[in-house]
Structure formats: C-alpha cells, structure tokens
Write a protein that binds this ligand. Structure first.
Ligand SMILES: [Zn+2]
Length: 186
C-alpha cells in the first residue's frame, strides 16, 4: 500500500488513521458495556491527547440517568475533561465519538477548542432510531471561527452495531426522543 504520510501536510494532526480505528474500537467496546445495563446507550465519547494519544477520559450519554437533555456523551466528556484539567480549553486534545456530534455537541467541541473530532456512525444512522438535528458536524465546524478537524466516519459499521443491538432496540422504544414508527414499518 502506498503511504504518503512522510512530510505530511498536517504533520502534527494527521487525519483518520489506524490509531483512530484502534481507539474507536476500544470506545465501541466501552460503550457496548451499557448494553447489558438497564440504561443502554449507543453514544460514547473519548478524549485523548492529540499528540501522545494518552487517554484523558471517557463518557457515555446520560440523558435518562441525569434527567438532562443535554447530557450527550461528547458534552459530558468535555465538561468532565475541563473540570479535571481545571481549564476551559481542550486545545491539544481530540475527541472520539461513536456517533457524529449533533449541532449542540459540535458547537461545544468548538467552544472547547478541541483540535479534532473523530466520529463513527453518522447522524443519518442515528436518525433511524432517535430524533436528530440534521446539520452535519462539518457544517457546524466550517461556520465557526474556531479551527477544528472533523474526521469520519471511522468504523461506522461497528459503531452502528451499537444502535441495532437487541437490547438497544428494546430501549429505544422507551426513549422520549424515539423515532416514531412509520406506518407499515416495524
Ligand atoms: Zn449531541
């Protein structure tokens, strides 16, 4: 395979690569643990140091647990990271998320000055199961003054499998933002 990485254009912040796949696979495994609990969620997020790859923290969606519609995985991860670091900037960090960030979470990533967002499943994938805001993360980033690289989908199939796990399908039926069943559909 041809590798044109040497002397790359984005030397310090390479775009999607095998490390991204490794980290996403680990995040899928972490998020999948919720599938065996009473509150399964397909949404997980991981924040790592952009240069060293060292893990800062992980979080899953806690909207139901916290009775907070803004408790999305990415937003929680950013909140926890900033509190842990005692700073408002996450410049120098990258967030991985099992699903493309919604407009709220992408905006939060920008306000937090994250270097990079790497996502798995897409908003369109999630939209098959729960209500979504149909603004691509890249569009939110492109209209911002804050630079942020958006990469994805990475391991889309594995990430989407979180949504279609039988326990998750059963849980979606109880979600307040579930996708209404279409006439004639299942
Ligand atoms: Zn969100």
């Amino acid at each position: 395979m041809l590798n044109c990485d040497m002397g790359a254009k984005k030397a310090s912040l390479p775009s999607a690569n095998s490390k991204d796949e490794e980290r996403m696979a680990a995040l899928v495994a972490f998020t999948a643990k919720t599938l065996e609990t009473s509150r399964p969620v397909p949404f997980g997020a991981l924040i790592v140091n952009s240069k060293t790859g060292e893990r800062l923290l992980r979080a899953v969606n806690a909207v139901a647990v916290e009775n907070d519609p803004s408790s999305h995985a990415e937003l929680r991860a950013v909140r926890l990271a900033c509190k842990q670091l005692k700073q408002v900037s996450l410049a120098g960090y990258t967030i991985y998320t099992t699903c493309e960030p919604c407009a709220m979470c992408m905006a939060d990533a920008l306000w937090a000055r994250l270097d990079r967002v790497v996502y798995g499943a897409t908003i369109a994938d999630a939209s098959k199961h729960c209500l979504q805001i149909h603004i691509p993360a890249r569009t939110v980033a492109a209209r911002s003054d804050m630079p942020c690289i958006v990469d994805g989908p990475v391991l889309r199939k594995q990430c989407y499998a979180l949504f279609t796990h039988p326990n998750m399908i059963a849980a979606f039926a109880l979600w307040s933002n579930r996708k209404p069943a279409k006439a004639g559909g299942t």
